[in-house]
Design a protein around this ligand. Structure first.
Ligand SMILES: *Cc1c(COP(=O)(O)O)cnc(C)c1O
Length: 386
């Protein structure tokens, strides 16, 4: 008996989404169907699976879970967050236009500017904190608005409902990269967005042991088009990776609750450190996006970025070399805390001039606050900052 996950609390939903006991054995955990192909009784007579690029039972369980955790009708799993993004942009054709934000994940910017521009899709980058900038950028060829909120790495907030209100009369699709918030904090489809995308590598997997991406949608036609692209272009995850994300999702609510609690404690402590200049965290009442964050998010998460009063690159590098509990690494959203230098690491593919203009300084330090003891995290940052 499966649990009806539409009418239960978020924790019950995360644990039971996509989970059915294995019909052949009763195994409570979805088996890892480590197979590339499936034996057929006669040509095209089979049990629903013919080849693992087109479909695999472990992936099917995860795709049901993806739908469940965003309250969506459909979920699709991809080999990485960028694999998912790639499929979404391939809904468009040469000559079509996309409006994206000035502050977003560097890899998305690279895919847009270095790959899809070359194929004739045009991208405009506007400061989406003010939705009016999006309205001004719309042309008859605009087909998609790409929103990331909170943004990576500056923790800016974009008003999803306001963007949807601007897009709808023009029949423009709205896709939200919901990686930073996770479905625990924010459900963009419920705010009217058409597509949600996640790098499952981050909070959904949650243990820094898998690279994967997800798409959630309500519209059946859109689902069919995206499934066609998934199957035709082939950016599918393997069954073992699907199993790992299925397992990660079961503790998402517990982990996120602690990420949020620790995020608040760390952000407040950093503000008290006399050597710290700016602390970007959307839970502060004086954060410019705080009211919108309060409206569209359940809490404020564990992603923080900081700038030291000493704005030199050397000072920032010293701090990143000295942390002991925080590890210096790309990625985010795992149980362990990470520190990252966007200018040389995650966002190095954005030209320096662009970065600086958009507020991403050379000395910005990004923190993914994990779920260790907050006291240890604060002590570690304070000793590193000195
Ligand atoms: C990491 C990340 C991506 C890309 O995901 P991959 O799984 O690394 O391909 C996209 N968007 C955001 C906000 C990210 O943090």
């Amino acid at each position: 008996m499966g649990t009806d996950i539409k009418n239960v609390g978020i924790g019950t939903r995360f644990i039971h989404a996509g989970a059915e006991p294995d019909p052949s054995t009763g195994a409570i955990m979805t088996p890892i169907f480590q197979t590339s192909t499936f034996v057929q009784e006669a040509p095209d007579v089979h049990k629903g699976y013919d080849y693992s690029r087109a479909g695999n039972p472990t992936r099917t369980a995860l795709e049901k879970a993806y739908a469940g955790i965003e309250n969506a009708n459909y979920g699709l799993a991809f080999s990485s967050g960028l694999g998912a993004t790639d499929a979404i942009i391939k809904l468009l054709s040469a000559g079509d236009e996309v409006i994206a934000g000035t502050d977003m994940y560097g890899g998305s910017y690279r895919l847009f500017s270095k790959v899809f521009e070359r194929m004739g899709i045009k991208f405009q980058y506007v400061d989406q904190r003010n939705p009016y900038n999006i309205a001004k950028a719309i042309s008859p060829r605009t087909k998609l608005i790409w929103v990331e909120t909170p943004t990576n790495p500056l923790i800016n907030i974009v008003d999803i409902a306001a963007v949807v209100a601007i897009a709808k009369p023009h029949n423009i699709l709205v896709c939200v990269d919901n990686t930073f918030a996770s479905p625990y904090l924010q459900n963009p489809l419920e705010l009217g967005a058409d597509i949600v995308m996640h790098s499952s590598t981050k909070y959904l997997g949650g243990h820094s042991d898998v690279v994967q991406g997800a798409i959630m949608i309500n519209d059946e036609k859109l689902r069919d088009e995206l499934y066609f692209l998934q199957k035709s272009c082939g950016a599918v995850p393997g069954p073992m990776d699907c199993f790992l994300v299925l397992r990660g999702i079961k503790t998402l609510h517990v982990r996120m609750q602690r990420h949020c609690e620790n995020g608040r404690k760390v952000a407040e402590a950093l503000r008290k450190n006399p050597k710290v200049g700016k602390v970007h965290w959307c839970g502060f009442e004086d954060h410019p996006g705080h009211e919108v964050a309060k409206k569209q998010m359940r809490d404020f998460g564990g992603m923080i970025s900081i700038e030291l009063k000493d704005e030199s690159l050397e000072a920032a590098v010293e701090v990143m070399k000295k942390t002991k509990v925080f590890s210096l690494a790309e990625s985010l959203g795992g149980v362990e805390s990470l520190v990252n230098h966007p200018a040389t690491m995650t966002h190095a593919s954005i030209p320096r001039e662009e970065r600086i203009k958009n507020g991403l300084s050379d000395s910005l330090i990004r923190l993914s606050v994990g779920i260790e003891d907050a006291e240890d995290l604060i002590a570690d940052l304070n000793q590193a900052i000195g």
